[in-house]
Design a protein around this ligand. Structure first.
Ligand code: SF4
Ligand code: SF4
Length: 93
């Protein structure tokens, strides 16, 4: 797609950049991107001990079924929960 840019008229290029800006300005899209590219994840090694919950400054960890889970839209990727977990069950996505 990017290789086609020289073929496009200046106004069209501006339009594309405006549309891209609008896309990435949308909160829902940002949450979707965060889910894809960011956020830590809890693996099946979780013992459901709950130690990580109070350690999270973003209140992103909650009890799941059967293991705890991280809300990707809240997680800021600070990594605090990783060292708090006794089972080494939390990893960067
Ligand atoms: S600290 Fe680790 S083992 Fe305990 S609930 Fe959190 S992820 Fe699971
Ligand atoms: S990485 Fe930080 S913000 Fe994300 S769940 Fe762990 S403690 Fe919370």
């Amino acid at each position: 797609m990017i290789f086609m840019l020289p073929l496009l008229h200046e106004k069209n290029i501006m339009y594309i950049f405006i549309r891209l800006f609008q896309f990435f300005s949308n909160t829902d899209q940002q949450k979707t991107l965060r889910r894809i590219f960011m956020a830590h994840k809890i693996t099946d090694a979780c013992l459901a001990c709950g130690t990580c919950v109070p350690e999270c400054p973003s209140d992103a960890i909650s009890e799941g079924d059967p293991i705890y889970k991280i809300d990707a839209s809240k997680c800021t990727d600070c990594g605090t929960c990783v060292s708090a977990c006794p089972a080494e069950a939390i990893f960067p996505a």
